[in-house]
Structures are given as C-alpha cells and as structure tokens.
Design a protein around this ligand. Structure first.
Ligand code: 5AD
Ligand code: FES
Length: 348
C-alpha cells in the first residue's frame, strides 16, 4: 500500500493525478490508506480553518419537482410524495429563527418547482437580504437559464449549489431521464461561476452504475472546474424510486473522497453531508475528521421535514431548528471542534 500513499503525496504536491492513477487509488485503498489520507486532509483543514466548523441552515421550501431523476425521492413520478410549498412569510420566519440560533448563511433549496417564477425567487432573496444584511444567501434550485441566474445574482444571492452528480456523460444518462441533459447541467455550472456565485458541485458516492472510472472523471472535472464548495454523500435508496433495490454507497469510500477532495482543493468548503450522517450515526463527525469543514442542518418547519425525503431514513426530520443546533454543537465538541458563527465565505 506504500505506492498508494505515494499517490496521495503526489496529489498533495501537484494537486493533480492522471486518470489511471485515480483509478488505482480508488480501487486499491484499505483502512491504512484511508487513514493516511484523512490525517493529511485534516491537517490541511485545521491549518486553514482551525478546529472550527461553518454551519449553513437549509430551508427546504418546496418539494414539487418537474424532474424525474431516477435516484430521487421527490421525483415527479413519485405519487406517494406529499407535496408542499412554503409561503414567503414561512421562508422568512425560518431564516429569522435560524438567525436567532446563530446561522449566518441560509440555503434555499427546492425541487425544480416552476410555481415560483424567477422574479418571485429574486424577491424572496431580497427580503432575506434586507432582514439579515450580514448573512449569505445560497440557492439550490436546480437548472435554470442564464438570465434567471443573473436575476438571482443581482437580487443578492451569494452562492449556488448544483451538484454535477457525475462527470461521465454515459453514467449521467443512466441516472436521469432522456429529457435531462448532461451538457445543460455543465453549462449551468459554468454560468453560475461566470456570474460570480460561489459555486458548489458534487456527487453521490455509489450511485447505480458508478465505476471507479466515473469517480476519476469526477475528480478530474473538479480539478478543472475548481468549485468553491463540494457536496459529497453516499447514494441511499428511496423506496418509491426505480433504484429502491440498489445497494447504498460505501461509507468508507465517501470519507476517502472527502479527504482526497480536501487534499486536491485545500480551500474548498466541504460539508459533512446529511446523507453521511444518515448512513452512519457519527458520519458527520467522521466526515469532519476526514477533512470536511461545513455542516448544513435543516431550518425547515418540523411539520414538512418528513416530506423532503430524497432518500429513506433521512435524519433530523423529527427535530426542530434549535434541537439540531444544540445537537451539532455537542457533536462537534465531542471531537474537539466548535461551531463557527460567521458567513464563512470561500477564500483562497
Ligand atoms: N441518495 C443520496 N443523495 C441523493 N440526492 C438525491 N437523491 C439522493 C439519494 N437517493 C442528492 C443529489 C442532489 C442533492 C440535493 O441530493 O446529489 O443533488
Ligand atoms: Fe439534527 Fe442532530 S443535527 S438532530
């Protein structure tokens, strides 16, 4: 395994590996190699951020979606999903409650719900920015057109999360219906960056049909694109989707990819995701110890949390904003970290 440690050293030095080297690393790793990567990643993140974890409050404001991604529990074909939308007032009051609890970034996330026009969404952004001028607003609304993104940026949105899901076009086609396009998703990411959003990409680990070559392409794509944020979590099946019987993604590989992402892109904002906390009860803590520096708990009203089920058994659906806030504080304390109250913008 010495040769794999050398590859990790090489990644650390050159911030690049060839595709065949990636495949080697992604197929040959064991406990020792993963610990080696985690230690390196953790020392990079603590030297940059200290033992401080940024928190982002997510408001899941609508679970209507026009898309039909095969993995996702809120896909339009899932007739068992109970659909809901929050009003502007409800969204604002989630943010107000979040502010009181110490959040300085609000993430507005929804399915691709055309009920909200772009002008309406821009108005919500403006209202939040007006109420909380010291806070960052992150959007996670899926694929839109350039003019939409522009309007939202002009309304004051600071960041945008759009996981690329997979950088392999053929693999993309197996996870999404034919009406969705790999090229369009990639184009969206380019446009978001061009408009000055701090931009997040990312992927699911162990999604059906994913191979080590696919993940190698993901890493090469992220090396090129240099996202400001990277969302990485395990694939988890949802009972009302075509992937209901597919196996979960690997917990160990997820942690390894967090470490490798941190080593390749030292400044990246890297969340220990909810999916990671779902696959393992201490997954988010272990994610932090593997190089993550962000946690994104939920600010949605408890009444709707169970309805935003992207995958089965999602955590925190019975907890309130303050319960999650308190829970996180003690989880971070248990591993010697603390929650940081500031916007936590990307910086080089
Ligand atoms: N398992 C894990 N992650 C999922 N996502 C959607 N469905 C699942 C699932 N079944 C992720 C996607 C999406 C993000 C909001 O949630 O990567 O971009
Ligand atoms: Fe939500 Fe622990 S973070 S209950």
């Amino acid at each position: 395994m010495e040769d794999l440690k050398l590859l990790i050293d090489k990644l650390d030095r050159h911030k690049h590996l060839d595709k065949s080297e990636w495949v080697c690393l992604l197929t040959g790793h064991d406990d020792e190699v993963r610990s080696y990567a985690a230690e390196k990643a953790r020392s990079i993140s603590t030297s940059k951020f200290g033992r401080k974890i940024f928190i982002r409050g997510i408001v899941e404001f609508s679970n209507y979606c026009k898309n039909d991604c095969l993995y996702c529990g809120i896909r339009r074909s899932n007739l068992n999903a109970q659909r809901y939308r929050l009003t502007d007032e409800e969204i604002l009051s989630c943010c107000d409650e979040g502010y009181e609890t110490g959040y300085r970034t609000f993430v507005l996330q929804s399915g691709e719900d055309r009920h909200y026009t772009t002008e309406h969404l821009a108005d919500i952004v403006r209202q939040i920015k007006k109420a909380h001028p010291d806070c960052a607003v992150t959007l996670s609304l899926g694929e839109l057109e350039y003019d939409d993104y522009k309007l939202l940026r002009e309304a004051g949105a600071d960041r945008y999360l759009l996981r690329h899901e997979t950088a392999d076009k053929e693999h993309y086609g197996k996870l999404h219906p034919a009406e969705m396009s790999f090229e369009h998703r990639m184009k969206c990411l380019e446009q978001l960056k061009e408009l000055g959003f701090q931009t997040g990409a990312g992927l699911m680990v162990g999604s059906p049909f994913q191979t080590p070559e696919c993940i190698a392409e993901d890493m090469l794509f992220m090396e090129r694109f240099k996202p400001h944020m990277i969302g990485i979590g395990p694939f988890l099946p949802h009972k009302d989707t075509p992937f209901r019987d597919e196996p979960k993604g690997s917990y160990e590989l997820t942690l390894f990819l967090l470490s490798l992402s941190r080593i390749m892109l030292p400044n990246v904002l890297l969340p220990a995701t909810t999916a990671l906390g779902t696959i393992r009860s201490d997954g988010r803590e272990q994610g932090v110890l593997a190089g993550a520096n962000v946690i994104m708990p939920n600010l949605s009203p408890t009444a709707v949390r169970k309805k935003y089920m992207l995958y089965d058994n999602k955590i925190c659906t019975e907890d309130s904003t303050s319960e999650c806030r308190f829970c996180l504080q003690s989880r971070m304390k248990s591993i010697g970290y603390e929650v940081e109250i500031s916007r936590g913008d990307y910086s080089e």
